[in-house]
Write a protein that binds this ligand. Structure first.
Ligand code: ATR
Length: 273
């Protein structure tokens, strides 16, 4: 069987081996997938060693997504835009770096939640690595407008400058602080790491309404403070578990050329949280 793995530090709690084992079984692909702990200063060596052993590809998680971007000899446009790599494919001497996080988010919103992005008002909270990774895939869906709000406004403004050439019309992408967005948004995505600390980005409650989908990239047994706040103000809420499964399905497709079904697995993972 072909060998794959996920690199991270820590890595013990990664759900990726379980997800890819389920995909392999479902699609009848002969592959094995395990987890590898790389030393904090030793990602490149660990990845090259795995490739030399015959590894065909790998997922990359915290804190190695920038190291993986540097290691790749070729980058897909979406990895280049994200400035980070979560999926590597080893083809002889070539190390292809891809980023499936944004496609995973879009698939979860469009297919799983049944909400289209085209023509909508999108609010993206955060401007770090997680936010940057999803900007291009969201823009490609043709939103009416997308506002990037961040605690450090300059970082959000830098993202707007980075994606200036990808816009369908001027003003499609704007940036500011958390207090700035006004009126209701169709989709609000929390890509800050605030939920990890139990914090809430201080956004005005008026951004949420009954037709708003509020999605936190984090997930856990309990809703995040952001999900609770959005629900209190009438929004439909969603956590990041669907995005996790969909980014994995997209990576599986990059490696195997087969697109696995995700619904049953998502329900199964949900009930095990
Ligand atoms: P990640 O890869 O998770 O995006 P990151 O690149 O360190 O990690 O970015 C973290 C993001 O969460 C940033 O947008 C950060 O805001 P700043 O750019 O102002 O640092 C945001 N963030 C982290 N903690 C936060 C908090 N308590 N409240 C609001 N935003 C927070």
């Amino acid at each position: 069987p072909d060998q794959y793995c996920v690199f991270g530090n820590p890595i013990a709690h990664s759900k990726s081996p379980l997800i890819h084992a389920a995909f392999a079984l479902q699609t009848g692909q002969a592959m094995v997938y395990d987890r590898r702990l790389a030393p904090l200063d030793g990602f490149a060596l660990a990845a090259r060693t795995f490739a030399a052993e015959g590894g065909k590809g790998a997922n990359v998680t915290v804190p190695f997504k920038l190291d993986a971007c540097a290691l790749a000899t070729e980058l897909t446009p979406r990895a280049q835009a994200a400035g980070a790599v979560n999926t590597l494919r080893f083809d002889n001497e070539t190390i292809l770096g891809d980023n499936t996080d944004g496609a995973g988010l879009v698939a979860d919103i469009v297919r799983n939640a049944g909400v289209s992005v085209a023509g909508k008002r999108i609010l993206l909270l955060g401007a770090g690595g997680a936010a940057r990774g999803v900007v291009l895939p969201l823009l490609e869906q043709g939103p009416q407008e997308m506002f990037i709000a961040n605690r450090t406004v300059a970082t959000a403004e830098a993202l707007v400058a980075q994606f200036a050439d990808a816009l369908a019309h001027p003003g499609q992408l704007r940036a500011g602080g958390f207090a700035q967005p006004d009126g209701q948004f169709d989709i609000v995505i929390n890509a800050t790491s605030a939920s990890l600390a139990g914090d809430l980005p201080p956004v005005p409650p008026g951004i949420f309404g009954r037709h708003t989908l509020a999605l936190d990239m984090m997930y856990g047994a309990q809703p995040t403070v952001f999900m609770d706040f959005a629900a209190q103000h009438g929004a439909q809420v969603r956590d990041g578990l669907g995005m996790l499964v969909e980014q994995a399905a997209e990576a599986f497709y990059v490696w195997r050329g087969v697109r696995p079904q995700t619904q049953d697995l998502l329900a199964q993972l949900r009930s095990a949280l």
